[in-house]
Design a protein around this ligand. Sequence first.
Ligand code: PDD
Length: 286
Amino acid sequence: MIPRCVYVNGRYVHYGAARVHVEDRGFQFGDAVYEVCAIRAGRLLDLDAHLARLDRSLAALRIAPPLGPQPLRHVLREVVQRNLVRDGLLYLQVSRGVAEREHAFPDPAVSPTLVIFARPMNMEHLDARAATGISVHTSPDIRWARRDIKTTGLLGNVLGKQSAREAGASEVWFVDGQGYVTEGGSTNAWIVDRRGVLRTRELSQDILPGITRETLLSVIHDSSLEFAEVPFTVREAQEAQEAFNTSALSFVTPVTTIDGVRLKGPQPGLVAMGLRQSYLNRVDSV
Ligand code: PDD
């Protein structure tokens, strides 16, 4: 669905009229960071954690924050309201700014470019996807070595997602040189292994520190589930009791098939569906 209005560098403009410069460094170099937040009943979910990660991404690339924390929160609320979004998503991108093309940082520094929009999403469709579960396709992880920074340099993710689509799957799982799953194209990857242990890869420069992952970990710590931050191979995932993905836009979504192999046992799994509900209860209650 098309947003009505977009915030671009201090102005709220009509979606069709929103523009950034041809020499914006986000456009030329992917020299930009972004965040995606879910909006549920008009509220931005996990907002504090998303803004904290935005700060970390900006600091890692030495891009100055375009707005202070309070003005930024004000603009985010305005964008949600002006777009009349009850259930949907918010997209925020900050690039290093506009400068004559030259790889090293502009000197003196230029003002960063800030773009924010919000659009409604069909929640019934997302719930239906979770209720049936999805298929994933695996692919070598060809991305750069700092996947912990949420940059718009997503070509590896784009190609991985496209390979999944062409294989009839709806998400890609990237696999490192040792055969272990790193994460999904736009999700973190989890399994409930054969012994019933909930597993996801530990944080490092290999994966994005997902906000949904972080919130779900606090839900898991409050539960009796056995959990370990230990990576898993594709084979272990195919032999697992359950598998699922997490992200701001898909919450917790069960995976039922990996490279054409359907997981044994009743799918979608009870642990994944239970965690989806617990995650939604947690974010709705704060
Ligand atoms: N993607 N890993 C990657 C590579 C991602 O792009 C994302 C999020 C995640 C999950 O992170 P979080 O729980 O904070 O959404 C993991 C967003 C949704 C996107 O690019 O659309």
